[in-house]
Design a binder for this molecule. Structure first.
Ligand SMILES: NC(=O)C1=CN([C@@H]2O[C@H](COP(=O)(O)OP(=O)(O)OC[C@H]3O[C@@H](n4cnc5c(N)ncnc54)[C@H](O)[C@@H]3O)[C@@H](O)[C@H]2O)C=CC1
Ligand SMILES: O=C(O)[C@@H]1CCC=N1
Length: 265
């Protein structure tokens, strides 16, 4: 793409998105700029990702078509107030900011098209799940944003009312799956593997499990049935996990996260 892209906020998610984008070829590296207050984050970006860096937010968005907002919810209002008198109508704002609606952003940037996206840190490996929503009048830009995020993983266009749920399932979901993975590794160590061996086995098994469902399109329980030999060790382990509340605690955790997200500002 010939146009330029600026990311405001080169923190955890910003760095993951940039890592993915520089290893895809949708933008030239020289057309990507990261602006951040933190020199520490900027020097990481410069040294490892090779894109332009800036601490001057106004200069960094000048003549740039696409602006990704990637700051924490509490930081967003300050950023929008800083730039609102300098933006031009043709600039499109792509917000990753949790819990902030398109309408709220349009209150400060009334003349700009705004698209909400919810990627995850898998973006760094081009394995993001990115949910996207936009208003009715932004069809053309929505298609381009889909194209951009498709280069760093899977995308799904959703209604904006589902953005909070997408955040919990798809973005926080990275942490939820990793906690389960950690528990598997701990079990492996207790059975006698060195931690690094347990990690190799658990990680590859997780990739295999997810790939079976992704590529076969089957329900997870169908793939579970293929593993559970009658009276075998798998069903013994699964039933004990359920007696201890595995599914129930995961669903309760997801819902606690969902309740919290509606209070974030
Ligand atoms: N970390 C994750 O996995 C995900 C985060 N999100 C959302 O993305 C947004 C960013 O999250 P993180 O990257 O985790 O936060 P972070 O705190 O790691 O990064 C935010 C960055 O913005 C910079 N910043 C703050 N105010 C600024 C300003 N006025 N001008 C320039 N730079 C400024 C900070 O220095 C920091 O580097 C949040 O709204 C978060 O809820 C969404 C999905 C996943
Ligand atoms: O924990 C958070 O609030 C953000 C949103 C999803 C991932 N990190």
């Amino acid at each position: 793409m010939q146009e330029q892209l600026t990311i405001i906020g080169g923190g955890n998610l910003g760095k993951s998105i940039i890592s993915g984008l520089v290893s895809s070829d949708i933008f030239n590296t020289s057309d990507i700029t990261v602006v951040d207050k933190s020199f520490y984050n900027l020097s990481y970006v410069k040294d490892n990702l090779g894109v332009n860096i800036s601490q001057d937010i106004i200069t960094a968005i000048e003549n740039v078509k696409w602006v990704i907002l990637c700051v924490q919810p509490r930081q967003l209002e300050g950023v929008l107030n800083e730039i609102k008198d300098k933006v031009t109508k043709d600039q499109v704002f792509i917000s990753t900011v949790t819990g902030t609606s398109i309408e709220e952003i349009n209150q400060l940037l009334p003349d700009n098209k705004v698209i909400r996206v919810m990627p995850n840190t898998g973006a760094a490996k081009k394995l993001s799940m990115t949910c996207i929503s936009a208003g009715k009048d932004v069809k053309e830009e929505l298609a381009i944003v889909e194209e951009i995020f498709k280069t760093i993983g899977e995308t799904l266009v959703i209604e904006e009312r589902l953005m909070q749920a997408a955040t919990v399932l798809g973005a926080s979901g990275i942490a939820f799956f990793l906690r389960f993975l950690r528990a598997m590794i701990q079990g492996g160590i207790q059975m006698g593997f060195h931690p690094h061996e347990a990690q190799i086995i658990a990680v590859q098994t997780a990739i295999g499990a997810a790939t079976l469902v992704a590529e076969n399109g089957t329900h997870p329980e169908r793939e579970i049935d293929k593993v559970t030999t009658p009276q075998g060790c798998t069903i013994e382990g699964l039933n004990e996990m359920e007696h201890q509340g595995l599914s129930s605690s995961v669903i309760k955790g997801v819902m606690a996260s969902y309740e919290k997200i509606n209070t974030i500002k």
